[in-house]
Design a protein around this ligand. Structure first.
Ligand code: AMP
Ligand code: MN
Ligand code: MN
Ligand code: MN
Length: 286
């Protein structure tokens, strides 16, 4: 089961990806994915299309979402795998989480204008496939398209991050609420890309402890932003905390993402894959 080609983390035009759910399903199939999940940020609006496209392409499918959470002064992402996308509490929690993004987008535009970068809000909005989901990724893509930066990684070094122009802090969901929405919708909560956060050892310990106490059960071990040593480190932490291990490319766009959909190495031996606990939630391809 460990060597199943599962890709349980990616984004469509419903959040900050550039491919539609249908295009992603096709790409997953072509790349040899056997079990797929679309995990748009703070939004389950693409789930019906993704499930239908997965079924048509002959792919097993798990509904998913990636929820933005504020924890210890940073943004943490929590994946909800196997969630029921029609669950009312989940939908209303996500709607509240999306709320305020428009206000933040305006403030980002003003902050960039203050350093001489004009028209960013209009530019980002024009690139967003979902008017409720204008993200920093859309600002970054617009800044690349206008030549302010060479690529989105350069944007995130010089803009849109704490201490740089275009940074606007945002209060996201609490860890407790995000895990509750996921568990209440029959899903499994998973800490996404843990190596990306800049926590002290104590803060990271608190994140894992509180996450477990609220009912969280998994950690993403194999993902594009993890170096080999980080895969090993979080694999060991998964065992130490008794957490299920997840695997997902976090694919956003061809040419922009470092790892193609379905092209990650397998999970390290000895871990229990999160999909072993989600068998009843999988929509099986015909
Ligand atoms: P937001 O939810 O609007 O704050 O946007 C967050 C998104 O920005 C993430 O989901 C990533 O897709 C993107 N992002 C954040 N930091 C980076 C980075 N260092 N390099 C590339 N993309 C990033
Ligand atoms: Mn993203
Ligand atoms: Mn993320
Ligand atoms: Mn993601």
């Amino acid at each position: 089961m460990l060597d199943l080609n599962a890709d349980l983390h990616c984004h469509s035009t419903v959040s900050d990806g550039t491919l539609s759910p249908e295009q992603l399903a096709q790409r997953a199939k072509s790349n040899g994915v056997a079990l797929w999940s679309l995990t748009d940020h703070d939004e389950v609006g693409g789930q019906e299309r993704a499930a239908a496209a997965a079924c048509a392409a002959g792919l097993d499918y798990l509904p998913g979402v990636e929820i933005s959470v504020s924890f210890a002064g940073q943004t943490v992402h929590i994946l909800g795998l196997g969630v029921d996308p029609d669950d009312a509490a989940l939908r209303s929690g996500l709607a509240d989480t999306r709320d305020g993004r428009s206000r933040r987008a305006r403030a980002i535009g003003e902050s960039l204008a203050a350093v001489g970068i004009d028209g960013a809000l209009d530019g980002a909005q024009a690139l967003a496939g979902n008017p409720e989901m204008v993200t920093r990724t859309h600002f970054a893509r617009w800044m690349v398209s206008t030549g302010v930066c060479r690529d989105t990684h350069e944007v995130f070094r010089h803009y849109l991050v704490r201490g740089k122009p275009g940074y606007v802090p945002q209060q996201w969901a609490t860890l407790r609420d995000a895990v509750r929405w996921i568990v209440g919708a029959s899903g499994i909560a998973v800490i996404a890309h843990p190596a990306r956060y800049r926590f002290s050892a104590n803060e990271e310990w608190a994140l894992f402890e509180e996450f477990k106490a609220h009912g969280g059960r998994g950690v993403e071990v194999q993902t594009a932003s993890h170096a080999e040593s980080e895969v090993a480190r979080y694999g060991a932490l998964a065992q130490e905390y008794g957490l299920l291990a997840s695997r997902g490319s976090d694919f956003h766009s061809p040419g922009e993402s470092r790892v193609e959909l379905g092209m990650l190495p397998a999970l390290p031996a000895g871990l229990t894959p999160v999909w072993s606990a989600l068998q009843s939630r999988i929509a099986r391809a015909a």
